[in-house]
Design a protein around this ligand. Structure first.
Ligand code: SF4
Ligand code: SF4
Ligand code: F3S
Length: 264
């Protein structure tokens, strides 16, 4: 209770803001606990009351006060094709990103956009956008993958960093092993159907009604590392496969370039 809350600056670049939407549904711990008791969210384009010059002033002050000690959160990828593709207060995304990264103790890349570029990075990548780890080095970077990441995975990553004062163990794609160490296929409740050769052949057939395996509907669970089948979504209610749709591999780099998405 006497420990000062960790300063956090949350940046948005090319993204859809659903990583923020997901985070707002964190329940372990609750998002309110994270924001009011665990971190000091000193800058966030979408969650702060301030806007325009006030918001810029707050960010500049926080960078100055906590230089070298704040956590930078990045939502979105950074376009390199033209300085005009993504601007904040008239400045190009790359310079705003680098300024924030230079003063950060560590960088959390939220979601597929910041971790691997997501849909805007799909061929032919018209804005020449790149994820954080492709354009910056020299600081610890953690890729919290997914489009978006699971809320309680986001909450778990923040809790780990604050509790142990370091990043958790990462896999060879920069993802925390504790949440991305198993394939969706390894923990899927439809796995017995896969092993028994019981497959859905079209989305409205009898086998779909019986809850058989979605592999022939293009499920990418066998190649996708995430906790969806364990932690699940919306307060542990369900996950894509449980709602009848195959996994599209949203926690893997370049999943939008899978050809085709709806075939194994
Ligand atoms: Fe949106 Fe997906 Fe990018 Fe998150 S990773 S900002 S959910 S497009
Ligand atoms: Fe594997 Fe997908 Fe079938 Fe589940 S639905 S068992 S993840 S192929
Ligand atoms: Fe994404 Fe597949 Fe989970 S599409 S939400 S990793 S089941």
């Amino acid at each position: 209770q006497t420990k000062p809350r960790k300063p956090v600056l949350w940046y948005h670049f090319q993204e859809c803001t659903c990583c923020s939407e997901s985070f707002l549904r964190a329940s372990h711990p609750l998002v309110g606990q994270i924001l009011l008791e665990m971190i000091s969210l000193d800058y966030s384009d979408t969650l702060m009351a301030a806007a325009g010059e006030q918001a810029e002033a707050v960010r500049n002050q926080a960078m100055k006060d906590f230089y070298g000690h704040y956590i930078m959160i990045v939502e979105g990828s950074i376009p390199l094709g033209s300085p005009g593709y993504c601007t904040i207060a008239g400045r190009d995304a790359k310079s705003v990103f680098e300024e924030g990264a230079n003063g950060a103790e560590a960088i959390i890349a939220w979601g597929n956009c910041a971790s691997s570029g997501c849909i805007q990075h799909a061929y032919p990548n018209p804005t020449k956008t790149e994820p954080v780890h492709k354009i910056y080095s020299g600081k610890p970077i953690i890729n919290v993958q997914g489009c978006p990441p699971i809320a309680d995975v986001m909450a778990g990553v923040i809790t780990y960093i604050l509790t142990f004062g370091k990043l958790p163990e990462l896999d060879n794609m920069g993802r925390p092993v504790v949440f991305y160490g198993r394939r969706v296929h390894d923990t899927c409740y439809r796995r017995p159907a896969y092993d028994a050769g019981l497959f859905v052949q079209s989305f409205d057939d009898e086998n779909a009604k019986k809850g058989y395996c979605l592999y022939y509907m293009g499920c990418k669970g066998p190649n996708t590392f995430n906790s969806c089948a364990v932690i699940k979504w919306n307060n542990s209610v369900s996950y894509p496969i449980q709602s009848g749709h195959g996994c599209i591999g949203c926690s893997e780099p370049n999943f939008w370039d899978y050809e085709p998405l709806y075939s194994h």
